[in-house]
Design a protein around this ligand. Structure first.
Ligand code: TUI
Length: 312
C-alpha cells in the first residue's frame, strides 16, 4: 500500500514502530526498518550518548530509513535534539510535549518532523510550526496517554490539518490498520505488538504478560498527577491506584514507579515493575518476527481495503 507517508519516509509499508522507552533499541528499530516499515529508536529518559550509540548500531544493521523518538521530558532533550539534526536522521517523532523549539533546527537539517499529538489543537499548532505529518495517538495506547480514543481523535485530526496523519492506539492486526485507513490515516504506528516481537529486547516475562493479557487487563495510573500512564495491571498498579485513591502526594506516588519500566523491561520483574502496554494487548496472542508482523498486517489490511481506492 503506497500512501503519502510511504512516499515521504521512503518506506515499503505504511507501518511505523512506536518509540517505546527501554524497548525501542537499535535491535527492534533495525528489524522493523529491514522489514519495510519505519523502525524508531526510543530515547525515553536515556542520555544523548546512549542514543548516539543506538544510531550507529542501526546504521550498521540496515541501510533503510529509520527514526528517533524524542520523549520531551528527557533531561537531555536539548542534546538529543541536536544529535538528531547532526546525524540527519530521516524522521524524528516526539512525545509527551510540544517540540516547537526544535523544529527550525530539524527542518534545516532535512529531518522530517512528526510530533505525536493527543488533541486537534496540538495537531493544528504542529502543522503551523512546520510538521511534515502528525501521529494522532488515542488513549488506548500504552504509556503516557491523552484522553481521547483513536476512533474519535483520528478523523477529527484528519479534518483539521492538511498534512498526513498517522493513527496510533489500539492497532495490532490488519483489521485495525484497515480501520485506521478508513478514518483517513495514511499510516499506523504500533507499540504493544512490537514490544512482544521476537527481536524486541524486552524480557520474556514482559512479552508473556502481553501475550496472556485479556481485554480488560490495563489500568491507568497517575490521573491525579496529570501524567496518566497505561500499564498492564499487577501488584504495582494495584498499590499505586490504592495510594492515589487515598490522596497520596506526587512524591509518594513517584517513589513507587521510579525505575519501574526498566525493572519490567530489563529485569523481567512484571510484579513490581511498570508493564506499559496498550489496551490491544488482549489481541496479541503470539510472539512473531517484525517481518511477519509488518508483512502480515499489511497484506491483511490491503485485502480488506481492496476496491476502496484509499491507497495507491
Ligand atoms: O509519549 C508517549 N508515551 C510515553 S512517554 C513515556 S515515558 C514516561 N514514563 C512515565 C511517565 C511519563 C512518561 C511512556 N509513554 N506518547 C506520546 C504522547 N504524547 N501521548 C500523549 C502525548 C502528549 C500529551 C500532551 C503530547 C503533547 C501534549 O501536550 C503538549 C503541550 O504542551 O501542549
Amino acid at each position: 500500500m503506497k500512501t503519502e507517508i510511504t512516499k515521504l519516509f521512503e518506506i515499503e509499508y505504511p507501518i511505523i514502530q512506536g518509540g517505546m522507552a527501554w524497548v525501542a533499541t537499535a535491535e527492534l528499530a533495525a528489524a522493523v526498518s529491514e522489514a519495510g516499515g519505519l523502525g524508531i529508536i526510543g530515547a525515553g529518559g536515556a542520555p544523548a550518548s546512549w542514543v548516539k550509540e543506538q544510531i550507529q548500531k542501526v546504521k550498521q544493521k540496515t541501510d533503510k530509513p529509520f527514526g528517533v523518538n524524542l520523549m520531551l521530558m528527557n533531561p537531555e532533550a536539548d542534546q538529543i535534539a541536536e544529535l538528531i539534526a547532526e546525524e540527519k536522521i530521516e524522521v524524528v517523532t516526539t512525545g509527551a510535549g510540544n517540540p516547537e523549539k526544535y523544529m527550525k533546527m530539524w527542518k534545516e537539517a532535512g529531518v522530517k518532523v512528526v510530533p505525536v499529538v493527543a488533541s486537534v489543537a496540538l495537531a493544528k499548532r504542529m502543522e503551523r510550526a512546520g510538521a511534515d505529518a502528525v501521529i494522532a495517538e488515542g488513549t488506548e495506547s500504552g504509556g503516557h496517554i491523552g484522553e481521547t480514543t483513536t476512533m474519535v481523535l483520528v478523523p477529527q485530526v484528519v479534518d483539521a490539518v492538511s498534512i498526513p496523519v498517522i493513527a496510533a492506539g489500539g492497532i495490532a492486526d490488519g483489521r485495525g490498520v484497515a480501520a485506521a485507513f478508513m478514518l483517513g490515516a495514511k499510516a499506523v504506528q504500533m507499540g504493544t505488538i512490537f514490544v512482544a516481537a521476537e527481536e524486541s529486547i524486552a524480557s520474556d516475562a514482559y512479552k508473556n504478560k502481553i501475550v496472556k493479557a485479556k481485554d480488560i487487563d490495563t489500568k491507568v495510573t497517575g490521573r491525579s498527577t496529570g501524567h496518566p500512564v497505561r500499564v498492564l495491571r499487577n501488584q504495582q498498579s494495584k498499590e499505586y491506584l490504592r495510594l492515589e485513591a487515598e490522596g497520596a502526594s506526587f512524591e509518594e506516588l513517584e517513589k513507587l514507579t521510579l525505575g519501574g519500566l526498566k525493572k519490567a523491561v530489563v529485569d523481567g520483574d512484571v510484579i513490581h515493575g511498570s508493564v506499559m502496554a496498550g489496551q490491544i494487548a488482549g489481541l496479541v496472542k503470539e510472539i512473531r518476527s517484525c517481518k511477519d508482523i509488518v508483512e502480515g498486517l499489511n497484506a491483511e489490511a490491503e485485502s480488506l481495503l481492496k476496491g476502496t481506492k484509499i491507497y495507491e
